[in-house]
Ligand binder design. Structure first.
Ligand code: PLP
Length: 363
């Protein structure tokens, strides 16, 4: 049997453990499917798809609709199968063997993972104690490794924190390579780095239909960046990678932006309720600009709370094994009823005496 590339041997795949539960608050999806009118419109248009022909390779109409929604030129829009494929294409074009990619932890683990798969070397800087970017640390990483690509997730996952705009400006000024701002959760935050994008700025901003648009099943994402860079990405990506059905679904989804904005408002209001109610308990809460909240029980082990929630058929993400997030759990904002159920369960679990200490050892 031929062996895998030596640099991939030590690599771990992406894991998001699934458990069969009633209340699923672990993967930051939208709690509701898209509006019925959207699903009807997609069904009607899909019935007219020319199944025997390859799809529009340039995804002309979809890119025009996305460009229109952000008031940019369609040549500045690159679309792919989920923002993860967008990121992979960027890394294939601008990272790869002999090049260096920088991330600042704790953050979305796929950035480093995809970079390694392309053969790039990954340098992991650390965020400040409050989980924002630390300018001194950025300078240190840049001086030591002169990265070709630097990732910033804002709002960050799993912390939820939106990066202050000044920190992003600083990053752009001090980094020699391409800055990728992953804005998977931008609609839930107060500002976007899109305003900083320009033809002569080494910056791309990535977005996804997986979260706000309730379309995780469709796998659709995009980036906005300089047209010259988008042209390079088009060379790298596989021909006809974006199927006709998805192009239809994405284009039609954008007609429902008013409905989606209303949902974002509702989720933000629920996020604030969750944050406020958790903070009133024996829990530290990280301020969130996303559709989830990271928290750390003070007296109980995170793992014990996680298990207690699972026992009540509620699943949150256990982040306690991640670097610098010991004892932390992340809850996705669900429906009002789901959030109430989660908060009630938290009150009940935190009222119990801890059975294990923070390290998981029995008391
Ligand atoms: C969920 C998420 C994505 C979404 O990826 P898709 O491939 O578009 O589903 C991207 N980046 C971050 C930081 C995320 O949390």
């Amino acid at each position: 049997m031929i062996s895998v590339r030596p640099d991939l041997r030590a690599l771990d795949g992406y894991h998001s453990p699934q458990v069969d539960v009633r209340v699923r608050l672990n993967t930051n999806e939208s709690p509701e499917p898209p509006p019925p009118a959207f699903r009807d419109a997609v069904a009607a248009e899909v019935s007219r798809v020319a199944w025997h022909r390859y799809p529009d390779r340039a995804a002309t109409e979809l890119r025009a609709a996305i460009a229109d929604s952000h008031d940019v030129d369609p040549a500045m829009v690159f679309v792919a199968n989920g923002s993860n494929e967008v990121l992979q294409t960027v890394l294939l074009a601008y990272a790869g063997p002999g090049r260096t990619v920088a991330t600042f932890a704790p953050t979305y683990q796929m950035h480093g993972h995809i970079a390694r798969v392309t053969g790039a070397q990954v340098v992991e800087g650390e965020r400040a104690a409050d989980f924002t970017l630390d300018p001194a640390e950025v300078d240190r990483v840049v001086a030591e490794s002169q990265p070709h690509v630097v990732f910033l997730t804002s709002p960050n996952n799993p912390t939820g924190l939106a990066e202050p705009v000044d920190r992003v400006r600083q990053l752009l000024a001090s980094v020699p390579g391409l800055v990728v701002v992953d804005e998977a959760y931008a609609q839930f935050a107060d500002w976007t780095a899109l305003d900083l994008v320009g033809e002569d700025v080494p910056l791309v901003v990535t977005r996804t239909f997986s979260k706000t648009w309730s379309m995780a099943a469709a796998r659709l994402g995009y980036l906005i960046g300089p047209a010259a860079l988008v042209a390079e990405l088009e060379k790298v990506v596989l021909p006809y990678h974006l199927d006709a059905v998805k192009q239809v679904a994405g284009r039609l989804a954008l007609r429902f932006s008013a409905e989606m904005d209303a949902r974002v408002k509702q989720i933000v209001a629920e996020r604030e309720r969750i944050s406020t109610d958790l903070a009133a308990l024996d829990v530290d809460v990280v301020p969130s600009g996303a559709n989830f909240v990271l928290f750390r029980p003070r007296r109980h082990a995170g793992r014990e709370i996680w298990q207690g929630l699972v026992d009540r058929s509620i699943l949150v993400r256990d982040c306690s094994g991640w670097p610098r997030l010991d004892n932390c759990l992340r809850v996705t904002v669900g429906t009002t009823a789901e959030n109430t159920e989660f908060l009630d369960a938290m009150r009940a679990l935190l009222a119990l005496p801890p059975t294990t200490d923070e390290n998981g050892a029995s008391r």
